[in-house]
Design a protein around this ligand. Structure first.
Ligand code: FAD
Ligand code: EPU
Length: 340
């Protein structure tokens, strides 16, 4: 157990927030993790399990212990006529896992290329992009109960996946440590090109024969052109969820805002792009000190270098209240706010 004291978390979160952890340790085996949990319980410390740190905002120093998941391993555990069942340890980098699947012709997650972070956090908010969410390919996961140290298996139903939601973000928050996830991937690919600019990008790439490799590259190209690279500008992707509102509310808003984009969710609800709402309120490209709203994608809040977590948080409060005042829509944060 390599326990560190008063460690800066700046290299461990893509927002680049310089918060300090009272204790920090990485673990790369189940025994190491259990040992750390015993230490944490003895010392009565609060605990944060961290993957790639690409969906967290530290709004103060962590007065507890940060456990960085470095469990590794990818294994084809089973196959049948239609599927490969592939298990990846929680500490595997998500994009590297996607690339591994593409190299082996395991189809189904190519649209999720280039999402930062690790496999272990992918079920946490049911990561999604370009028309695919991990619930579409999820078979099961194994997680350690932090108090009893029992290992439990969760099916998709157990996880209660929703749009950027799961049971681990809600009632089981901080109770389990996800150890590994098994994905059900297709032998025969089902190409998903309907979303956003994928088709235009494939055309630009002169692709005549669709493949999972081509779709992955198209998604990588689109994402690289739209989203800020955290290695250059601190951010955690979309800061807010796209709000889902009642059709009746949308009909009222449409009268004053005929150009308001919307996407059908079900008979009674539509999703409104938060980026549009934030842009309409004049925030696009806004900067206050080193905290800002990205110039091309206003759903992404950015740290130009020296912003603090509470500075970013304060900016998010102002955005929420201006969108609420103008449209009567309450934006919900997607990023996990860490205040232990
Ligand atoms: P972390 O930030 O380390 O952790 C996130 C949360 O999960 C924390 O609450 C943490 O405690 C918990 N957690 C982490 N690992 C475990 C574990 N093993 N067991 C239990 N709890 C755990 N997300 C999307 O869905 N779609 C996108 O298109 C997308 N694009 C992004 C683009 C950029 C540029 C960035 C920076 C982020 C983007 N995100 C996107 C958000 C982010 O990449 C995902 O949420 C990702 O799954 C976070 O993984 P992580 O390992 O970095 O999690
Ligand atoms: N828009 C504007 N102004 C802008 C940019 C966008 O009005 O400056 C509007 C446009 O109407 C556009 C719409 O927003 O059509 C949607 O924009 P985009 O396609 O960029 O996607 P998004 O809704 O902003 C969501 C996810 C992303 C995911 C992409 C692609 C959420 C919260 N965000 O973004 O996920 O990569 O779709 O599927 O659902 C993340 O979760 O961190 C993330 C980046």
């Amino acid at each position: 157990m390599n326990l560190l004291n008063n460690l800066s978390l700046k290299p461990y979160n893509t927002f680049g927030i310089d918060a300090t952890a009272r204790f920090f340790s990485a673990f790369s085996s189940l025994d190491e993790l259990k040992g750390l949990l015993v230490f944490q319980a003895q010392q009565k410390l609060q605990r944060l399990v961290l993957g790639g740190g690409s969906n967290v905002l530290f709004i103060k120093d962590v007065d507890g212990i940060v456990l960085k998941n470095e469990l590794k391993g990818i294994k084809l555990v089973k196959e049948d006529d239609r599927h490969y069942y592939v298990k990846a340890a929680a500490g595997e980098n998500w994009h590297r896992f996607v690339m591994h699947c593409i190299e082996n012709n395991y189809a189904g997650i190519e649209n999720l290329s280039l999402i930062p972070g690790n496999v272990g956090a992918s079920p946490m908010q049911n990561i999604g992009a370009y028309g695919v969410e991990i619930k579409d390919v999820f078979e099961s996961l194994e997680a350690l109960h932090a108090e009893s140290h029992s290992i439990q298996t969760f099916s998709a139903d157990d996880c209660a996946f929703g749009y950027r939601e799961s049971v681990f973000k809600k009632q089981y928050r901080n109770r389990y440590i996800i150890l590994g996830v098994t994905f059900r991937l297709n032998k025969q690919p089902v190409f998903n090109t309907a979303y956003g600019a994928i088709e235009q990008e494939l055309e630009k790439m002169n692709i005549t024969q669709l493949s999972i490799q081509a779709i992955s590259q198209a998604v990588i190209n689109i994402r690289s052109s739209k989203l800020p690279d955290p290695a250059k500008t601190g951010n955690a992707g979309s800061f807010f969820k796209n709000p889902v509102i009642a059709v009746a509310h949308y009909e009222i808003l449409k009268q004053a805002n005929p150009a308001m984009p919307h996407f059908a969710v079900d008979e009674g609800h539509v999703k409104i792009p938060a980026a549009w709402l934030i842009e309409q309120c004049g925030w696009k490209g806004f900067r206050e000190g080193d905290a800002g709203v990205h110039i091309h994608q206003p759903l992404v809040l950015v740290n130009y270098g020296g912003a603090t977590g509470d500075g970013i948080y304060a900016l998010s409060e102002k955005i929420i209240s201006s969108v609420k005042n103008r449209f009567g829509i309450e934006l919900e944060r997607e990023v996990n706010i860490i205040s232990i």
